[in-house]
Structure formats: C-alpha cells, structure tokens
Design a protein around this ligand. Structure first.
Ligand SMILES: O=P(O)(O)OC[C@H]1O[C@H](OP(=O)(O)OP(=O)(O)O)[C@H](O)[C@@H]1O
Ligand SMILES: O=C(O)c1cc(=O)[nH]c(=O)[nH]1
Length: 178
C-alpha cells in the first residue's frame, strides 16, 4: 500500500465522526473529521509528514506552519519527514492572538521574514483559519508560496480567489462524505 493509501485508511478509521457539530466558522455539520487523532498518532504522524511533502514536492519552500493548533503537528511531521529524507525544513506556529509578554511574537519559531514558506492546516472548510495564517505571515515579511491541507473540505474556491496555489492530498470525496 502507498503512503497516500495508508494515510487515507488511518483517516477513515480514526478521524471521521458522525453526529451534530458546530464548525470553526459557526456552520453546522453532520460529520466531523478530527485529524488530531491522526496527526498526533505515533504510527500515522510519519505518514502525514511524507504525504504532505510528496503533495508539495515541486514547490520551493524552506519553512512550514500555520495557525495553531491543527496546523502544528502537520508542520512538525513535515519537518521530521524532511529530515529523514536529508532535507532541512523549519517549522513555525502562528498564534491566534498576539502574545503580550516575553518576546511578544505572533509567529513562533525561526524567523520567517524574507523566506519562502508553506502555510498548512489539517483541514480547511471556509479557509478562514489558513488565510489568517497567510495574512500574519505576509505581515511578518514571508513569501507564502502555497497553502496545503491534509483534507480539503470546501475552502478551495476562497483560496483560489486569493490567488494562492492549494495542495491537498484528499478531499471529502475520498472519504465518501460529499
Ligand atoms: O477553514 P476553517 O473554516 O477555518 O475551518 C478549519 C479549521 O477548524 C479547525 O480548527 P479549530 O478552529 O477548531 O481550532 P483548533 O485548531 O485550535 O482546534 C481546523 O483545524 C482548521 O484550523
Ligand atoms: O470546519 C471545521 O471547523 C472543521 C471541520 C472538520 O471536519 N474538522 C475540523 O477539525 N474542523
């Protein structure tokens, strides 16, 4: 089985939940994909890193991250998968709000100013979260080369409207949920 097929099976087995849910945007939905159960799973996280690197292999970036919390394990999985392949890839975390003590940094990790970065998410429904990260990265002087999520749930039109390249190894159709 390929990494992509194996990760899809992990998502189906561990992350898909049926019920009545309120989403980040305030929308209601009858199913939810809790990708934290995959990105923080010791067996599945390395697959996340490899699949996301493969989905963005033709892009030129040297740092990866997004809006905390969903993006964080995606970014670190990619960092470790890249290291295993002999490639240096930094990660960063975009805070949801400014920090008012210490160094007061909105974006934690190695500096992103002047660098080509990839903005990631675990999943994207409206694109609001990942585009918040894109805005913060641009304000910090980074060049956002693309957006990448594990699962595209509906944000593609909004991301395209922003003129951003968008990579996602899976859509809801792969989960049989559309
Ligand atoms: O495309 P959107 O409409 O923004 O929705 C997707 C966002 O929702 C989830 O995070 P959530 O807002 O639940 O926050 P968390 O990562 O802090 O748990 C998910 O991890 C994405 O960040
Ligand atoms: O839109 C969201 O908030 C959302 C949807 C989903 O399936 N999974 C998730 O973590 N967030």
């Amino acid at each position: 089985m390929s990494d992509r097929e194996e990760l899809l099976q992990e998502i189906k087995d561990r992350a898909v939940v049926h019920g009545d849910f309120t989403l980040s945007s305030g929308r209601r939905a009858s199913w939810y994909v809790d990708l934290r159960r995959v990105t923080l799973d010791g067996a599945a996280a390395p697959l996340v890193g490899r699949v996301m690197l493969d989905a963005t292999a033709d892009l030129d970036y040297d740092a990866v991250g997004g809006l905390t919390l969903g993006a964080d394990p995606v970014a670190t999985a990619m960092l470790h998968a890249a290291a295993a392949r002999g490639r240096r890839l930094d990660a960063f975390v975009v805070r949801k709000a400014d920090k008012r003590h210490g160094l007061q940094r909105r974006i934690e990790g190695p500096d992103v100013a002047g660098r080509r970065v990839l903005a990631v998410e675990d999943t994207s429904t409206t694109g609001g979260s990942v585009l918040t990260a894109v805005e913060a990265l641009r304000a910090a002087g980074a060049e956002v080369v693309a957006v990448a999520t594990i699962l595209e749930r509906g944000a593609a039109p909004r991301i395209a409207a922003e003129g951003l390249e968008y990579r996602h190894p899976y859509t809801v159709a792969d989960l049989g949920l559309d």
